[in-house]
Design a protein around this ligand. Structure first.
Ligand SMILES: [Zn+2]
Length: 138
C-alpha cells in the first residue's frame, strides 16, 4: 500500500467516508470537494453497514499477498445511503449470489504482512443474516 496503513485504518475499520455539509451528499472513499455542489465543507461520516448487491465477479488470480484467499469474489454494493462501494464478499458460495441480495459488512482479516506477521483487519461483505457488525457501533 502506498499510504501507511494506520493513516487509512479508520476507512477500513469503520467504512469511514464523509458527507457534504451543504447538500448532504455522502461519499466513500471520502472526497475533499463535493462532486455535487463543489463545497469544500465536508465532515467524516460512517457509512451504513448494510446494502444490496449490484454486481459481482470472481477473481481467480489475486494481487500479491492475497494468494491464500484465492479465488476471491468482489461485489459492487449499494449501501443504504446510496453510496456504492466495492468489497470482497465472503462466506457466500459464488453460485448462490444474486443481484439485489441483502449484504452486511463483517469485520475480517484482510492480510498478514510478511515477516512482521502483522495482521490487518477491515470490512468485507457477507449475507445479511450475519449481524456481527450490524447496528450502530459509533
Ligand atoms: Zn455538496
Amino acid at each position: 500500500m502506498s499510504l501507511p496503513f494506520w493513516r487509512t485504518r479508520d476507512r477500513y475499520y469503520r467504512i469511514l467516508g464523509n458527507i457534504c455539509e451543504k447538500c448532504g451528499k455522502e461519499y466513500f472513499p471520502p472526497v475533499s470537494v463535493c462532486l455535487n455542489c463543489r463545497s469544500t465543507k465536508l465532515k467524516d461520516k460512517e457509512m451504513p453497514k448494510t446494502g444490496t448487491l449490484v454486481s459481482y465477479t470472481l477473481q481467480r488470480e489475486s494481487m500479491h499477498g492475497f494468494e491464500e484467499q484465492e479465488p476471491m469474489i468482489f461485489g459492487l454494493i449499494k449501501l443504504e445511503n446510496g453510496v456504492k462501494i466495492i468489497s470482497q464478499l465472503v462466506d457466500i458460495p459464488y453460485e448462490s449470489l444474486n443481484e439485489g441480495m441483502k449484504l452486511v459488512a463483517v469485520f475480517r482479516r484482510i492480510k498478514s504482512e510478511g515477516e512482521s506477521g502483522q495482521i490487518f483487519y477491515g470490512y468485507k461483505f457477507s449475507r445479511s443474516r450475519d449481524t456481527r457488525l450490524d447496528g450502530n457501533t459509533s
